[in-house]
Design a protein around this ligand. Structure first.
Ligand SMILES: [Fe+2]
Ligand SMILES: [Fe+2]
Length: 186
């Protein structure tokens, strides 16, 4: 649990209080879901806690990390640099905390989803959206669904996000569509 303390300390000192509280909420929710779905609880907690480690970077810092890590940026990401906080966070956690590949993937995939998500990645994606500090009318339903079926919960969350983006006339990243199609074909 030493690593949890280390990440906790870093986030507490480098993030807004709001984001820190959210991160702890995701850690706790990821633990609960990991237990329910039989994956390593501590791993899920560590990734849940760290998932937004790059979320509060400014544009200059994001651009520095893109250079440093040679990150591929597509057209949509270029217009919404914030979308890169998953990819950048994964690299930061690799270098800073020796995250394994599956842990890096879970961080990377929590922003847009991905067709190759394992249970850990799904749990982090879901925990991010349903942790106890979130507000919204579907949360009780989603919490129950997430106990039973990670794929159905993912599908529900992707549908919701896509619909919101359509209503707001925002871009939809194709990776979210691919993730949704992949879940539907199961
Ligand atoms: Fe995030
Ligand atoms: Fe988050």
């Amino acid at each position: 649990m030493e690593i949890i303390k280390e990440i906790d300390e870093y986030l507490k000192n480098n993030m807004s209080q709001k984001r820190y509280i959210h991160s702890v909420g995701v850690m706790n929710k990821a633990k609960e879901l990991a237990n329910k779905h039989n994956i390593d609880e501590e791993k899920a907690m560590v990734v849940g806690l760290a998932h937004d480690i790059a979320k509060e970077l400014n544009a200059k810092e994001i651009n520095n990390y893109i250079q440093k890590y040679n990150i591929e940026v597509d057209e949509i990401e270029q217009k919404n640099l914030g979308l890169l906080h998953g990819k950048i966070g994964a690299k930061i956690c690799r270098d800073k905390y020796n995250f394994t590949k599956d842990m890096q993937n879970a961080i990377e995939y929590h922003t847009l989803g991905h067709v190759n998500m394992d249970k850990l990645a799904k749990i982090v994606y879901i925990a991010d959206k349903i942790e106890d500090n979130r507000k919204g009318k579907d949360l009780k339903y989603l919490n129950e669904l997430a106990q039973k079926d990670l794929d159905k919960t993912m599908l529900y969350l992707l549908d919701t996000t896509i619909v919101i983006n359509i209503k707001r006339h925002k871009l939809i990243h194709p990776q979210s569509i691919l993730t949704r199609n992949n879940l539907l074909s199961k």
